[in-house]
Design a protein around this ligand. Sequence first.
Ligand code: NAD
Length: 345
Amino acid sequence: MNKLKLAAIGYGGMGSYHLEHLLPTEKDLFEIVGIYDIKDDRRTLATQKGLKAYQDRSALLSDPSIDCVLIATPNDSHKEIAIAALEAGKHVVCEKPVAMNAAELREIMAVAEKTGRIFMVHQNRRWDPDFLIVKELWESGEIGDLFQIESRVHGANGIPGDWRRLKQHGGGMLLDWGIHLLDQIMWLVDSPLQSVTADFSYILGEECDDGYITYLTFENGLRVITEVGTSNYIKLPRWYLKGTKGTAEITDWDLSGKMVVATNADVAAPTPIQAGVGLTKTMAPPSEEATETLPLPQGSNLSQSFYQNFFDVVTTGAQPIVKNEQVLKVMELIDHIFEIVEGRK
Ligand code: NAD
């Protein structure tokens, strides 16, 4: 089997993560040829690590030995680089967010169609183990039918001090992290969106959102909250899920958490408790026999890794796990959120 020869455009944090962590696990499928980065020091570092560093982008794109290109540059440059790479006859893996808005993605998709090259977006958090637990709970009904999903990522470090703080580069937390949280939900839920409300936070005084919250309602009745915060010194759980038979919580990426499910045992009504200065029966804990606490399920892995799937899509015409139409739907949702919060078009 011939390996695909891959070169990266953008050799910063994520470009080097692909070349040094993700692709080496698929070394039977991919051969890394080299990189291009606009910064001299990144090109020098690449050569020190034994990679070929192209002096300019066109030298990389006109190298006939390269089959595919990874784009790992700031968000505002993805469209232009993707179109140039597709037109040079390369297949493309593009980092998220695919582009600045849905219109840019439509342009890229049209060029991919015209050139017959594969374009796939690295929505890698579909493979996250915490999300795969949620997917299992959604599909298995272990806590009944889910009627509310809360998906949060909280940090206390603000927006990283790079292009992510600047609008012109596609900065802000909605495009940075929200794209993952919304992609996970839109991939999971096979029901049309009914309503969307959203808000941004600007606690740190940056021009881009340093956090956001969205409330989504789906036609099947599911309600979803997604939230990103960068000024949260105490985190809320990564996932909080309410089902018709129980509740589950995944506390963090270490997969700590639990499920509490109703036993349906015939038990006495809860005894009223003192709550603050009042008395409540409604909020009293259920009697011990009424619920059981269980470990979270393991979640099933997807059948292929992102790069195994990309390889099969390119070489055998297999179905992509991350489909461009799905990515487009998420970008349209993001456009809509910008429109309702900022009046941006
Ligand atoms: P970064 O700033 O660390 O690296 C970007 C690199 O691109 C820099 O070295 C810069 O010099 C280079 N660059 C900028 N413009 C260029 C151009 N026109 N041509 C060639 N090189 C150029 O940023 P990063 O954290 O690596 O992010 C890059 C992309 O990866 C972003 O789209 C980001 O959203 C994405 N990303 C994805 C994940 C994920 O989990 N999927 C994680 C982090 C970043």
